[in-house]
Design a protein around this ligand. Structure first.
Ligand SMILES: [Zn+2]
Length: 266
């Protein structure tokens, strides 16, 4: 709800740095003083107009106690877009399910870990990615940088559109957990954790697994998973993607999965 009320979150709109700074400030308020913007230059043509501009990922860090160089990432994109005919994304988007829900998941994990003075063995990085909707640009930059620097990324968890579930009967709640060629073993482990710690059932439908920020991590050789609601969101990329249509109880169950993996990995 906090993000949906910030006006547009279209990456090419003039306010895009302001949004990134607001996300950083929220992490700082949660106790993550080491939260920074990581900037990268994009060249993108949209509606026949060429844009060259800086974009900003937001990275909050919980330092590992014994293996600080080994990193677990929980990421989500914060930008949104509208499909053609659904409005002008330069003026307004809400993007509650897509993808304020995933950004909120990372905030909540960060909040709970800080509140409980949780000290992971490996470093946990909470990343809000920019420019996903215009070609996975933020995650491609970040994953490429990690590979170039030879970073040890143990796991990368991507939550994108995790709050749409129209049913109130929990026995019908399903999460789609997508994996990649190199992360099936991680997915199998996660499925067991989902059974143990959530009410959710799961499916593994990989048809969209190249369509979000986990894909560049996998393509750069890191083990990544992509969590998404199994129900198709009819409000996708429209101005009806608002929190009133989000199911927060359902969303919480999906966040529980990320929490369980992170604790299990640390
Ligand atoms: Zn998305």
């Amino acid at each position: 709800m906090w993000l949906e009320e910030k006006g547009t979150r279209f990456a090419l709109a003039d306010n895009h740095r302001r949004i990134a700074v607001d996300i950083r400030n929220k992490y700082v308020r949660l106790g993550y003083s080491d939260t920074r913007l990581d900037s990268f230059l994009i060249n993108k043509t949209y509606n026949s107009i060429a844009y060259e501009q800086w974009q900003y990922n937001v990275i909050a860090t919980l330092e590992g106690s014994t293996n600080p160089d080994s990193v677990c990432i929980v990421g989500a994109h914060y930008d949104n877009i509208l499909k053609s005919g659904a409005g002008d994304p330069f003026l307004l988007t809400y993007g509650a399910n897509d993808n304020a829900s995933g950004v909120a998941a990372a905030f909540e994990l960060a909040r709970v870990m800080k509140k409980n003075h949780y000290s992971p063995k490996n470093t946990i990085r909470f990343i809000a990615f920019s420019s996903e909707e215009i070609g996975l640009l933020g995650s491609s930059y970040q994953a490429g940088k990690s590979r170039t620097k030879g970073e040890k990324i143990k796991i990368m968890l991507n939550n994108d559109m995790i709050a749409y579930e129209p049913g109130s009967d929990k026995s019908g709640w399903i999460v789609n957990i997508m994996d990649y060629d190199n992360s099936t073993d991680l997915m199998n482990k996660v499925q067991l954790l989902a059974e143990k710690y959530t009410v959710l059932k799961y499916v593994n439908d990989n048809s969209l697994n190249k369509k979000s920020d986990s894909y560049p991590y996998s393509a750069n050789g890191f083990k990544a998973l992509f969590f998404i609601s199994a129900s198709n969101d009819p409000n996708y990329h429209t101005l009806n993607d608002i929190s009133a249509y989000c199911n927060f109880e359902y969303c919480r169950e999906i966040v529980n999965i990320s929490c369980a993996i992170l604790v299990d990995s640390n």
